[in-house]
Design a protein around this ligand. Sequence first.
Ligand code: ADP
Ligand code: MG
Length: 213
Amino acid sequence: MALDVAWAVRWVRLTAGLVTEHRAYLTELDRQIGDNDHGENLYRGYTAVVARLDALEGPPAQVGDVLKLVATTLMSTVGGAAGPLYGTAYLRAAKVTGLDELDAGAVVAMLEAGLEGIVARGKAVPGEKTMVDAWSPAVAAAQAACVEGVDPVVVLEAAATAAEEGAVATDPMVATKGRASYLGERSAGHRDPGAASSALLVRAAHTAAVDGA
Ligand code: ADP
Ligand code: MG
């Protein structure tokens, strides 16, 4: 299935659905090592995103236009750490997806740009128990999967699986960035909420590519 603007809209709506479904779970993860609001923050943000998509007169022109709408909406509605981090990720991703359709290389470029945005904003490196620990393996897996002639959906699948594994791999980590770092060693033994929500986001990109809405 083509990774066109209709796919981008399906992706974003699917992410909103997953965030709603996992709202309590994400907040519970944040209760354990943060301030008990990650699911609520994202639910508020993606609800606003869906409202803005519903209010559009016609479909956006290109994939990047959809991602830009998400970026500006999340930045103005989510607050906390995750709002600016995700907002910057989507904004950077939007800049490299001013395209009618993404091929495998464009999927890699989009994920790389998203990760760069998160790192530019939050200055975290892998292993600090943040959303970077989901994004970084997702980008590496996408790069590895991006061989000559590969279906871009295969690249998304590799990225989604790696993001999920990356989120699980945050469990034993000791947080050194974000609120969870206030807990020091006591942050170990819990999954990072932002890594968990990032895995949902990347999985949604893949699901939207295999399930036509
Ligand atoms: P807040 O911490 O302000 O309450 P959220 O609860 O919405 O914001 O988001 C927390 C998540 O943000 C963390 O689980 C982590 O993944 C991510 N995060 C926090 N600080 C950073 C950072 N400096 N770099 C990358 N991600 C971060
Ligand atoms: Mg929080």
